[in-house]
Design a binder for this molecule. Structure first.
Ligand code: GTP
Ligand code: MG
Length: 236
């Protein structure tokens, strides 16, 4: 909204929101167009996220009904702020062109799905992405191949149809699937990264990497236990 565009301007060129009225009219007009564009963006991407969230909830409820197991712990969603979109566009040297931003910045809408077990990650991913109107644009499997930091998650970029009064729009959404252990690790690592401004001391980075290995071992163990429990209770 207006506040976030204002914040973006403040951070980009030190222009206070209160001074906007003193800008030359062509600049003011461009800014106003930008504000309207970002509001449109926000609406589209929020709608796409509701669509994604609902589909995942339906899968969760059905799975619970059929198999007596809830694979999804929780889902969080966010739309990137105008400020972050502009920052990313600037970093990548992208022009402020809606179509370019839409195409090039694929994580404007993000959903994070936290699941109980690694097998749930792949199962829910399969079920979600095999829906006929979900278009799978990219998969990055950082579980199979963790990042050098130790980061593990399954990243998926999809296009989701959203039906507006003006027609149907394909909206790009980034979905991150991960287990509770992967999520625990990633949130701590993120905080540490932030604290050291991206320049994490080697010793701490090495320990984080070990912690990631421990988290992966924990996932394997919990899944093994879960399977054993299921084998016990399966025959009725
Ligand atoms: P971005 O420009 O950051 O989007 O990079 P990218 O397009 O190469 O995407 P990538 O698949 O690497 O995933 C980016 C997102 O994944 C980030 O915004 C984080 O949410 C998450 N992520 C990726 N690597 C790490 C990591 O090492 N640690 C943590 N905590 N999160 C990570
Ligand atoms: Mg990305």
């Amino acid at each position: 909204g207006q506040a976030s565009v204002g914040a973006a301007l403040e951070s980009f060129r030190g222009t206070a929101v209160a001074d906007l009225s003193r800008l030359p009219s062509d600049v003011a007009e461009a800014l106003e167009r930008m504000r309207v564009d970002f509001e449109q963006f926000d609406l589209e991407y929020r709608s796409a996220l509701s669509e994604v969230e609902t589909r995942l909830e339906v899968l969760r409820d059905e799975y619970l009904h059929l198999h007596d197991h809830n694979p999804i712990e929780h889902i969080v969603t966010r739309v990137k702020s105008a400020q972050s979109i502009l920052r990313k566009a600037a970093r990548r040297g992208l022009p402020f062109d809606l179509e370019v931003l839409r195409r090039e910045i694929t994580d404007i809408a993000g959903a994070r799905v936290v699941l109980s077990f690694t097998e749930d990650v792949y199962r829910v991913f399969e079920l979600f992405t095999s829906q006929p109107d979900i278009h799978l644009l990219q998969v990055k499997d950082y579980i199979d191949e963790p990042k050098p930091s130790g980061y593990r998650s399954l990243h998926v970029i999809v296009a989701v149809p959203v039906h507006f009064s003006t027609g149907t729009q394909e909206v790009t959404v980034e979905v991150q699937f991960r287990t509770i252990a992967m999520d625990f690790w990633a949130s701590l690592e993120h905080k540490i990264h932030y604290k050291f401004d991206g320049d994490v001391p080697a010793e701490i980075a090495a320990e984080l990497n070990e912690a990631a290995t421990a988290a992966a071992a924990m996932d394997a163990r919990m899944e093994h236990l879960h399977r054993q429990v299921r084998a016990h209770s399966a025959p009725e």
